[in-house]
Design a protein around this ligand. Structure first.
Ligand code: CAA
Length: 240
């Protein structure tokens, strides 16, 4: 039977590329999104992928939307926790609103979604969970105490979950993308972005499909012995 994949934040940027790549590999994909109806509809039409709108930072909404997916498909075999936002500011200018928003969208969401699928994966004796972290969760970044805190938290989350779930056929791994050619990175001030690219040994941004290819490998049967691992895909920006 076809395996079912859920990709959070799956209609734009890295998530869109992960979703379409998984579909091309033969999975049935449901792509979650939070707000941008127009790009979600366009993505859905162009890729023939089901999209589902809810706020992954909201526990109750997440529970209820995931039970809808179970009613339709009976299992979620692959979960890609990709949804994430930035609200950059140095800590001395960081508001509590920016702090809480980034913590809840980038980190609480991972608890909300993963805890809603883990029991069925355990019953089924199979699961693939990939968390999308960031190079800035590994190395830190000026203006990103909130974002970096969530992204390094995902590494600890992933390793702990791997320990808890390995005996049930579930793997849990984390990918740390570097600066990828998406709207999120395009929003960085031009001169700052240029100075960041200068520090990347490959001297270019990554492409979303370079992350999607890594995801497709990690969810495959071939990767069943890879568990609790952290993968850097960053053009050499940080070697860890
Ligand atoms: N290291 C040390 N000092 C720095 C610095 C750095 N990297 N960047 C800025 N500064 C200094 C500046 O020189 C300046 O000093 P002076 O006041 O003495 O001139 C001071 O800090 C203020 O700098 P800004 O004018 O940049 O401050 P700001 O408040 O206007 O902007 C900021 C702050 C929004 C965080 C801006 O610096 C910025 O956009 N930085 C890039 C952050 C970044 O990389 N975000 C990644 C987003 S994409 C993403 O997150 C995806 C992923 O996973 C990789």
């Amino acid at each position: 039977m076809t395996k079912i994949a859920l990709v959070t934040g799956g209609t734009r940027g890295i998530g869109a590329s992960i979703s379409s790549n998984l579909k091309d590999s033969g999975y049935t994909v449901v792509s979650n999104y939070a707000s941008n109806d127009e790009s979600a509809e366009k993505f859905s039409k162009e890729n023939n992928i089901e999209v589902m709108k809810w706020d992954v930072s909201n526990y109750e909404q997440t529970k209820s939307c995931i039970s809808e997916i179970y009613n339709k498909y009976s299992s979620i075999d692959i979960l890609i926790n990709n949804a994430g936002i930035t609200q950059d500011a140095p800590l001395h200018k960081m508001t509590v609103e920016k702090w809480n928003k980034v913590i809840s969208v980038n980190l609480n969401s991972v608890f909300n979604v993963t805890s809603s699928v883990i029991n069925k994966m355990r019953e089924n004796g199979f699961g693939r969970i990939i968390n999308i972290s960031s190079v800035n969760g590994q190395k830190g970044q000026f203006g990103q105490t909130n974002y970096a805190a969530t992204k390094s938290a995902l590494i600890g989350f992933t390793k702990s979950l791997a320990l808890e779930s390995a005996s049930k056929g579930i793997t849990s791994n984390v990918i740390c993308p570097g600066y990828i050619n998406t709207e999120m990175v395009a929003a960085i001030r031009e001169d700052i972005l240029k100075s960041i690219i200068d520090t990347i040994p490959s001297k270019r941004l990554g492409e979303a499909n370079e992350i999607a290819e890594m995801v497709s490998y990690l969810v495959s049967e071939k990767a069943s012995y890879i568990n609790g691992a952290t993968f850097s895909v960053n053009g050499g920006l940080w070697m860890d």
